[in-house]
Design a protein around this ligand. Sequence first.
Ligand SMILES: [Zn+2]
Length: 222
Amino acid sequence: MEIKWSASPNYREGRNGYSPIIIVNHITAGSFPGCLSWMCNTEAQGSAHFLVTKSGEIYQLVDENNTAWANGYIEGASVDLDLVLQGINPNYYSLSIEHEGQPGDTMPEEQYQATLWLHNYLINKYNIIIDNNHIIGHYRLDSVDRPNCPGSGFPWDRLFTDLTTQEVDKMLEQWQIDLGTKSVNELAQKGLIKNPEDAIKELADSIPAWKLYTLINRIYTK
Ligand SMILES: [Zn+2]
């Protein structure tokens, strides 16, 4: 997927020494493109790193190395995280994603696929932990003023299921490669294959299990 830039002036340079450790999801409560131009207007005094539209477009407004003004207040929080419990401004250690829509809306499939992709991208880039203390809604930081951000329509269950499944698939893929590499090296030591580097290279490219077994079978029957 493509991330389009629409720079907002509403940010603070740098992250005050913090790194991103949480993803905070929001709802615009307004339609695109108005919500984008508003967040790019200095009068708004607010922004987010990303905006995902209903049609599945992804806009980036603030560089991830900078602090977006998305969720700076903590009031009635329900996040079990030291930085939050200490009351440190969450903007410093969060990546914020706005979603076009109203709090009760059912998220269109295009928008869901785009935000799923964006979550995966950010999780891999920043090693964000996949749990409900690190991938949260704005209301989890401020349940007083933002109880409906992103609101009841946000697909939390589906998002966590899909993110976890993709994480498990990634682990299985690495496990297959590690196991296959070990087998290839053992076979090479026994003199059963001549070019272990080529075989390992082929293994590293092979993602589905059937390819790995095909390769091992091919080696064994040589
Ligand atoms: Zn919000």
